[in-house]
Every structure is written in C-alpha cells, then in structure tokens.
Design a protein around this ligand. Structure first.
Ligand code: FES
Length: 596
C-alpha cells in the first residue's frame, strides 16, 4: 500500500511504498535537510514539524534530549528518529535546511608560470602518394618532430577522415608521449579544471593552461552533506552496502560536472573542451571521487587504499571532459592527511627555504604542518565540526544569518556582526570563537572554561541550563556551557597538534617566523582571539596570515604546471607524518589545550 508525504513550504510530494525514516524520505525527495550526524541521532539538527502528530509513535530518548519545550509543543520531531508508514504533512523549519554557505574559492594570489602537461600542435602532413606510402599515423609522428607517440584505437580511427577532409592538416592534443585526441582546428585555448573537493564545499576553477590564468571560479556545496556532516558518518554510509558508496561517488561527480558546465557556460565553451583536470581533497574525498573502497578509512589503523599520485582517464571517474583526457589526483599522506594538504604545501611554498613555518588548515580534521630546516612534519588532529557549527545548539556554517563576530563590553552588552546583514538565526565558528574569547577576557569564564554564574546576560533555558544570550532579534541565539565545552575541545585538539609539532621539532613559539591559516574559518577568525583562548601559541600578530583556500590555489598550480606536480611528488615523499595518538606527550598537551 502506498502513502504520500507532503513537504511544505517546498510543495514537494513523495509517494512511498514502504515504511522509511523521514530523513530517508527527505533524501529521496531531494531536500537538503540538515543531518550533521548523518542520521546517527546525536546532533539534533534534523527537526521537522509533523501533521497530524504521530501519537502512536512515541518520542524517543534522543528527541526528548534535543528538542526544546517549544519545539515539542509545535509537534516537531527528529527526522532520523521518525519512521513513517502513512500519509503525512511535514513542515520543514527554515533552520533545518542546509543553506548556501559562504563558499570560499579564493586562495591567496599566486603567480603561476604555465608549463602544462597537455599541449596542442597543429601539423601539416605531406599527402600520401604512390611514391610515399607511409601510413597516416607514421606521417603524423614525423610531422610531430618525430616524437614517438602512442594513441588508442579510438583516436587512430578518427585520423584518416579528419586528414583527408582538412587538406592534410590536423591539430594534435598530446599529453607527454600520448596522442589522446585530434581536432581539425587549433583550440582557441587549452582549458583545465581544478577542484578542491572539501567535505562541505567544492571549490572549482576553470583555467587557461597556456597562460596560467584562472578564467572562472565557482563554489558549490558538497551534496554528500545530506548523508552526514562529518566524514566518518559518510564513510559509515558508504560501507553499509555497495550502493551507498556508489551513490556518494555519483552525487559528488554530478555536482562537479554541474559546476564545470556552469563555469564553461560563463565563457561560452563546453566541458568537452576541458583537456586536463586536477582534483584534490582529504583522503576520504579522494577515495570518494576516485570511487575507491572507503572501508579501510573507517577502522584503525586508517590506511588509504593507495597513497601515490594517480592519473586516471576522466571517463574512469565520470568527469565530463574531452574524450581521452585525464585527471591528476596528487598523492595522499595518510588516512587523515589528503592531497589537499599537499596542495596547501605547494601553494604556500613549503620546502622552499629553511625557515620555521607553521601551516594550519582548519576543518573537522585539522591538518597542521611545521617546517624547520629541511624537515616538514605534518599531523592531523580531530578538531571536530564545532567550528562549522555542528554540536553547538545554535551553531551553523557561515551562511546568511550566522553571527560571525561578537564583542562584549564590561556591562555584558553584546555587539554582533551577522553574515549578509540579516537577522541572526545562529552562530558560526568565528562568532563562537569571539564570544568565548570575550567571555574569558571579562571573567565570565574561568580558566577551566566554566561559566561564572553571576555573569550578566545569563538565563535559564527550558531544561534549566544556564545560557548566555547573544541575540534575541529573530529568535534567541544563545551559548550554553555545553557549546563552550565543544569549542574548547576543538581548539584544544588544534593546540595539542601544534604543541606536539613544537615539541617534536624543538621549536619555541617566538621562533615561528610565519603562521599560515587556510580555509574559510581561518579567513574570518580573529587571530588575537585565537591566541587569547590558547588555540594558537603567543606569536606576534603580524606573523599570522590567512591564506584563504590554499588547497584550491595549489590544485590550480599543479593543473597548469608540470614542475608544480613534480614539487608535489617531492613534498609527498618528504613530509613526515606523525601519528598524534601514539605520541607519548599528546594526552598531556591535549589536557592543557582544552583549558580556556
Ligand atoms: S539527530 Fe537526526 S540527523 Fe542527527
């Protein structure tokens, strides 16, 4: 027996034939419902309102924990906890939908000296004659400076007709010694696509490979987010069954292809004009876009399937581009240090000099590299998604309506700055960092991060917990002790990673000549607050620099230049990976790091 679920205010109707969770129903209906934990019942973000209320379906413990009294009074339920088997109307509150976040595609400006792997060469051949019986392909090799070329059958089949219809002229598309395509005309420009595949966003760049110019950029959300905000939730979905992994790969490639098509449309070309590509990402994303099994990333010792760089045909991974073209997938370092880290190091010139440098790419897993002398040592620290708003009661990403900056005066009056100058509906990582730092400055938090109960602006929430009011304009946006704890755990993980590297390489804070912070959060974060709450060591502020999406910049550099690919290979073989969990002093540094 079939039944219908109607999603409002979107006006989407879904006909179902068997019972399913409301979260699965939203996936099937193509609705981007927030589900930060991927349906594990531990984030409380998938709240929806249901009509008629499901009386026969009592509230679960999880729902009682996460839903406020107001939400329960409105008939809200958690979509991942609610099984539906009859007609239902579902109202999706605006706070439960994944909104377009501020997607960062800009890296710091890099001068790219183009030296592309793919070249084109227009050749004019001598016409075949009875006294010159060389084959078409040998004739073509001669014209290409007697370069020994290989070509697959598909390409060789096209050559005779193209030659004879085009006065024995032909444009060769050559990648190293491989003739991978032929056209009748010289292409107006050689186009390449670079993509930084992040867990939450895709940063896509269309480049002219002959000039090194970035012609168009586009940010797009990673569609896998509907299957879990954090990587482990997606890996868990991917190993549940073979279809899950395939679906996560296809979703990703569909979005990359769509972004590439939009970039091409901007400059009046088509994806079939793209002759080369470079995709980077953390190790899980790398495995997803290459359609590799992810099970080994789910369990200790978390080893990748392959760590060397790969150069598969675009068609092997479902990327729309010129037939015969390939995708460069740089090396990954470890289960939690991917090719985006290599791209970051390439972009920021790690290994070029002997100075003491610290590079931090903040995300759910934060990768940190420290260079000293000829050594580069990298760690990955599980900082969690708190800086992206997950596990925070009113947390959200840096989307319109997110509080991005907070200052508090001695009377406890709060001033906020909101993304998009809209009424605040939540708070993003940089806002939470500011708030915690300000509360610490004013003594509202003690050194262990406990809220001082006499703090002005404190109020009891529906569950009797003390919360600090940040705003009450659109709806209350508050910070609780639990929210503060989450931030302290996140910053503690980052600080412990830095401390381990300083300890391992015998570096003192004042010896660090430069700190480079990558990622959207790094661009919005105020370094003085990061130092005040102990996320960063005491380093003079002018030495701290936000570098935007350095991984995207590095992907562009590798796309357009063989020598940058070589640098990436050298870095991959040179970077020493340090596993934090086996570093004897790590627990001590972590315990110290989580203090306010
Ligand atoms: S609690 Fe439902 S998706 Fe996290």
């Amino acid at each position: 027996m079939s039944f219908t679920i109607e999603f409002q205010p979107l006006g989407i109707r879904l006909v179902c034939s068997e019972p399913l969770t409301l979260l699965d129903a939203t996936h099937q209906a193509g609705i981007n419902l927030r589900s930060d934990c991927g349906g594990a019942g531990i984030c409380g973000k998938c709240a929806v309102q249901i009509f008629p209320s499901l009386k026969e379906n009592p509230l679960t413990e999880t729902e009682i924990t996460f839903l406020t009294d107001n939400q329960l009074a409105e008939g809200q339920r958690l979509a991942c906890e609610t099984i539906v088997d009859s007609n239902l109307k579902v109202m999706i509150p605006s706070g439960s939908v994944i909104k377009g976040q501020v997607l960062q595609v800009e890296g710091s400006q890099k001068l790219i000296h183009p030296d592309p792997l793919v070249i084109q060469k227009m050749v004019s051949l001598k016409e075949a004659a009875l006294n010159d019986l060389a084959s078409d392909f040998s004739r073509l090799q001669q014209a290409a400076d007697n370069k020994p070329l290989s070509a697959n059958l598909e390409v060789i089949r096209q050559i005779p007709a193209l030659l004879r219809n085009n006065s024995w002229q032909l444009n060769l598309l050559i990648r190293e010694n491989e003739l991978f395509n032929v056209t009748d005309q010289l292409l107006p420009q050689l186009l390449g696509l670079a993509v930084d595949v992040g867990s939450t966003k895709l940063a896509c760049y269309l480049m002219n490979l002959e000039t090194g110019e970035v012609l168009a950029t586009k940010g797009a959300p990673n569609p896998q987010i509907a299957y879990g905000e954090d990587i482990m939730a997606r890996i868990a979905f991917g190993i549940k069954d073979i279809e899950g992994a395939g679906m996560l790969h296809s979703l990703l490639m569909q979005s990359i292809n769509q972004a590439a098509a939009e970039l091409c449309a901007q400059i009046g070309v088509s994806p079939s004009d793209i002759v080369d590509a470079c995709l980077v990402g953390n190790t899980a994303m790398h495995h997803f876009f290459l359609d590799l099994p992810v099970a080994s990333l789910a369990f200790s010792p978390f080893v990748p399937v392959v760590s060397d760089s790969l150069n598969p045909l675009s068609s092997e991974i479902g990327l729309d581009s010129m037939p015969g073209s390939r995708v460069f997938a740089p090396a990954v370092i470890a289960g939690f240090i991917g090719s985006d880290h290599i791209a970051f190091l390439v972009a920021e010139g790690f290994g070029k000099n002997d100075g003491v440098r610290l590079g931090i790419d903040i995300g759910t897993n934060t990768e940190i590299a420290m260079q000293k002398g000829g050594r580069i040592v990298s760690v990955s620290t599980a900082s969690g998604p708190a800086f992206e708003g997950a596990h925070i009661r009113f947390g959200m990403r840096a989307a319109p309506g997110a509080i991005e900056h907070v200052s508090i005066n001695t009377q406890g009056n709060v001033q906020i700055q909101v993304v998009g100058n809209q009424p605040p509906v939540g708070i993003c990582g940089s806002g939470i960092l500011d708030a915690v730092s300000e509360m610490r400055r004013l003594g509202m938090l003690n050194h262990r991060g406990r809220l001082n109960k006499s703090t002005p602006g404190l109020r009891l929430d529906g569950q009797g917990n003390s919360v600090f009011i940040l705003s009450e304009l659109e709806k209350p946006v508050t910070l609780s002790q639990n929210d503060i704890d989450q931030i302290l755990l996140a910053k503690g993980a980052i600080r412990a990673g830095i401390d381990v590297l300083m300890d391992y390489l015998k570096v003192k804070p004042d010896e660090i000549e430069e700190v480079l912070i990558a990622g959207a959060f790094g661009s919005y974060m105020r370094p003085e607050h990061a130092i005040r709450i102990g996320m960063l060591p005491e380093i003079p502020l002018p030495r701290i620099r936000a570098v935007g999406n350095a991984a995207g910049a590095g992907a562009c550099m590798m796309l357009a230049s063989k020598s940058n690919r070589k640098k990436a290979e050298e870095l991959a073989s040179r970077v020493e990976y340090l596993e934090l969990t086996v570093y004897p002093e790590f627990p001590l540094f972590y315990a110290h790091g989580i203090q306010a």
